[in-house]
Design a protein around this ligand. Structure first.
Ligand code: NAD
Length: 282
């Protein structure tokens, strides 16, 4: 048996096509959606990410604009910029490069940024929306993982789901979403002893740990759906947190890395910007 491949690139294409159609309709009423990406200091990965979003956004009719801040920007200047972006009607979404530098970590960004423009789901209000299961911007990676699960055709209701990792952008939000979808959810993390004993119980295994090939074949229940958010740059290239070559013979469905959760995450972010733009018409 080999696992069904859950093709993130194809799903991302379909999501962006639907976004482009919505943007087209929106333009009858107002200018196209716009996203501001706030970059702080020099970060080559952030620059690459911004370039990719500009390209993908541009194709869907979404303007992506960079605002570059110096690495030593003061808290006051940073907070002032966020306040200005909140007030700017020409801005539908704001994305801030993470992690914030140490001296901005207590800047109150998660309280300050308008939840409507928080397309990355980092604010306290959107975390509350997620917790309560009411509409809001949830972290795009977690949304992408749920969309790929839907592609597998396996409904979470009544099933056992195990999440590996509990960060605020991957593991924790996806666990909340699985709970709202009526799965029985176990969250594991770095301090979980005997990880395999938990992962082997999973009909649905969601992984976001940042450890190359942490999940080996013997840790997977036969037939399970395995969604791998991990992106690890190794000497042999980019690999996930799941040993895909080995797990392929055991899982029922599996996301590849690259080409799985990553591209869907970018598409979901653009969808969130479009949601925000549409909300201005209400
Ligand atoms: P993080 O370091 O903030 O969190 C990692 C989590 O995994 C922690 O909760 C930690 O306790 C847990 N963990 C680490 N090692 C573990 C182990 N051996 N056993 C069990 N749990 C373990 O990382 P993050 O930001 O959540 O990212 C996780 C992975 O997802 C990374 O590879 C990152 O590159 C990737 N990521 C992908 C996307 C995407 O769009 N596809 C987005 C964000 C992060």
């Amino acid at each position: 048996m080999t696992a069904r491949l859950l093709d993130g690139r194809a799903l991302a294409d379909a999501i962006r096509m639907s976004v482009a159609e919505r943007v087209e309709q929106l333009r009858a009423w107002r200018p196209g959606p716009s996203l501001v990406f706030v970059l702080i200091g020099e970060s080559p990965p952030a620059r690459v990410y911004a370039g990719r979003l500009e390209k993908l956004g541009g194709r869907a009719g979404i303007e992506v604009r960079r605002v570059q801040l110096p690495a030593d920007v003061s808290s006051d200047a940073f907070e002032g910029l966020i306040a200005d972006l909140n007030d700017d009607d020409a801005v539908d979404g704001v994305l801030v490069q993470m992690p914030l530098p140490e001296h901005l970590q207590h800047s109150g960004l998660s309280d300050l940024l308008s939840y409507r423009k928080d397309v990355d789901g980092i604010t306290v209000l959107n975390a509350g929306h997620l917790y309560l299961g009411v509409p809001g911007h949830y972290p795009p990676t977690a949304v992408a993982m749920m969309e790929l699960l839907r592609e597998s055709g396996v409904a979470p209701a009544g099933r056992t789901a195990v999440v590996v990792g509990r960060s605020n952008v991957v593991g924790h939000p996806v666990a909340e979403m699985l709970l709202h979808a009526h799965a029985t959810v176990t969250v594991t993390h770095r301090h979980t002893p005997a990880l395999a004993e938990f992962t082997r119980t999973a009909d649905i295994l969601m992984v976001g740990a940042g450890e190359p090939h942490l999940i080996t074949a013997d840790m997977v229940k036969p037939g399970a759906v395995v969604i791998d958010a991990g992106i690890n740059v190794t000497e042999t290239g980019v690999v996930g947190d799941v040993d895909a070559a080995a797990v392929d013979a055991r899982a029922g469905a599996l996301t590849p890395v690259p080409g799985g959760v990553g591209p869907v995450t970018n598409a979901i972010l653009l969808r969130h910007v479009t949601d925000s733009a549409e909300a201005t018409l209400e």
